[in-house]
Ligand binder design. Structure first.
Ligand code: ADP
Ligand code: ADP
Ligand code: MG
Length: 470
């Protein structure tokens, strides 16, 4: 199948579980890989399992994982001819992609222009609207001033969401209920966006009540072939960050699913998109779907798609970047069974999800039929305070949703992580609950669950064990 050879050596410009995931794809493809690491990650699992590793700077991400000159030098010094950016850090930075092209290293991702376009959420909305996709009703672009904002807000109707054009990772969003709210929130939102993303532009979207977050995984090669590989439901979120995801989306009418997959292909084609990407949609209780944003990288929750399709998405990212043609067909895209992913984070669920650090004392990973673990943890691993709190992901597959759920509950029960407060018990309380079982949930699931848990236990009570962490 390979008219083109794959790469000589790939630089993995990331850390943690995703660095390990990319390393595994490289080894499955027979490609050597170099892991770029910061000082505090010297002992990490991806570094130990890499063919080579190169230190790119101190712990602070700005001086290591987000440092383009350091990443490029690491690639050139070690003779890499491609860079995989993973997610987060520089994954959606068009300049890295541009510099890669200039120095003759392949960036494993879409073209810099496409990264830049989708990185501006207001521009992405405009582009997708032109392409004929339904978008969340909102402003046509960034807000010019308060007077204009008021006028647009009246036209769309309250409640509204003020969103940062350059936002991401669940940050840069504020709900406004009325005009008074808007007047107060706008300058704050702009200042926050400027501080957090270096771009103070914000736009307005109607705040959709009780929506589901359903997203579509895309693969696109350099020959114009675009595949919608399947959808994922990622409605179980805390502070706009995903905790649990599943594929296929449960209780999604066939018609809505077809609309979403069709819209995603149309949008990706209009953008002349290449490599793996995800179009995120909101689905309202009436089944209406609206495009929200496009992520131009591999997604944290990609394994649920892999488990239900058998497609190795990271391997395909590498093949596509090497110039190979997509050779998957419709049959590959029909989901088989059901998969659920739980994200385990270093957060104390008994203490308002305060970030936790420390050294892992004991680590027992779950296993058995249908269970996959993507994690860089090991006993003795020190969780550094500098980065994202993700410790790993458990993915459970079953012939149907019921079996996948039962296996997930079992897997979470088997998991032991001591020494660092984490979210395993909290995740189990999600999966074991009636609302999850019934799959009738929306993005308000976690606030409702937390309220029930607090009500059930009171501020100090033995029942705290339900969400107690080791
Ligand atoms: P996914 O959509 O893949 O689930 P997330 O929204 O959870 O992605 O983000 C994946 C990673 O990327 C997280 O580490 C998140 O903090 C980071 N991230 C995404 N976008 C941004 C951004 N604009 N600024 C900073 N970090 C971001
Ligand atoms: P990010 O770039 O941080 O991922 P998104 O635009 O994808 O931001 O939004 C993150 C989450 O916020 C969504 O998954 C959804 O739960 C919620 N959200 C975003 N826009 C809206 C909206 N217009 N109405 C209701 N909820 C929204
Ligand atoms: Mg998003």
């Amino acid at each position: 199948m390979s008219e083109h050879p794959l790469f000589r050596k790939i630089l993995i410009a990331n850390r943690g579980e995703i660095a390990l995931r990319i390393l595994r794809a490289c080894h499955d493809l027979g490609v050597r890989a170099v892991v770029a690491y910061s000082d505090v990650d010297r002992e990490s699992l991806p570094v130990r399992l890499a063919d080579e590793a190169v230190c790119i700077g101190p712990a602070q991400a700005a001086r290591s994982y987000n440092n383009i000159p350091a990443i490029i030098s690491a690639a050139l010094i070690t003779g890499c001819d491609a860079i995989h950016p993973g997610y987060g850090f520089l994954a959606e930075n068009p300049y890295l992609a541009e510099v890669c092209a200039q120095v003759g290293v392949t960036f494993i991702g879409p073209r810099p222009e496409v990264i830049e376009l989708m990185g501006n959420k207001a521009e992405a909305r405009k582009m997708m609207k032109r392409a004929g996709l339904p978008i969340v009703p909102g402003s046509d672009g960034p807000l010019e001033n308060l007077a204009a904002a008021r006028q647009i807000a009246r036209r769309i109707g309250y409640p509204l969401l003020v969103k940062a054009v350059a936002g991401g990772g669940g940050r840069g969003m504020r709900v406004v209920r009325d005009e008074g709210d808007l007047v107060r929130a706008l300058p704050l939102a702009q200042a926050e966006a400027e501080a957090a993303f270096g771009n103070g532009e914000v736009y307005l979207e109607r705040y959709i009540a009780r929506p589901r977050h359903v997203e579509v995984q895309i693969l696109a090669d350099h020959f114009g072939n675009v595949l919608a590989v399947g959808e994922r439901d990622c409605s179980i979120q805390r502070r706009h960050q995903k905790l649990v995801e599943e594929a296929p989306a449960p209780n999604l009418p066939r018609k809505t699913r077809d609309t979403l997959l069709g819209a995603a292909v149309k949008g990706a084609k209009a953008a002349r998109y290449t490599n793996a990407g995800t179009l995120e949609f909101l689905v309202d209780p009436g089944g209406n779907a609206y495009f929200m944003e496009m992520n131009t990288r591999i997604q944290v929750e990609h394994p649920v798609t892999e488990m239900t399709t058998g497609i190795d998405l990271v391997a395909w990212q590498i093949r596509i970047a090497a110039g190979q043609r997509l050779t998957l067909d419709q049959r590959d895209r029909e989901p088989r069974g059901h998969a659920i992913e739980c994200r385990i984070t270093a957060e104390d669920a008994t203490n308002d999800f305060a970030p936790s650090v420390g050294t892992v004392e004991m680590y027992v990973a779950p296993g058995g039929p249908g269970v996959r673990v993507d994690s860089h943890l090991y006993a003795g691993y020190s969780v550094p305070p500098y980065y994202d709190s993700l410790l790993g992901k458990i993915i459970a597959w079953g012939r149907d949703r019921e079996e996948a759920t039962a296996r997930m509950e079992r897997a979470l029960t088997e998991t032991v992580i001591t020494g660092v407060p984490q979210t395993v018990s909290f995740l189990r309380s999600i999966v074991a609950g009636d609302e999850f079982r019934a799959a009738t949930y929306d993005t308000g699931f976690i606030p409702r669950l937390v309220a029930r848990q607090i009500q059930a236990s009171g501020p100090i009570s033995d029942d705290d064990e339900v969400v107690a962490e080791t």
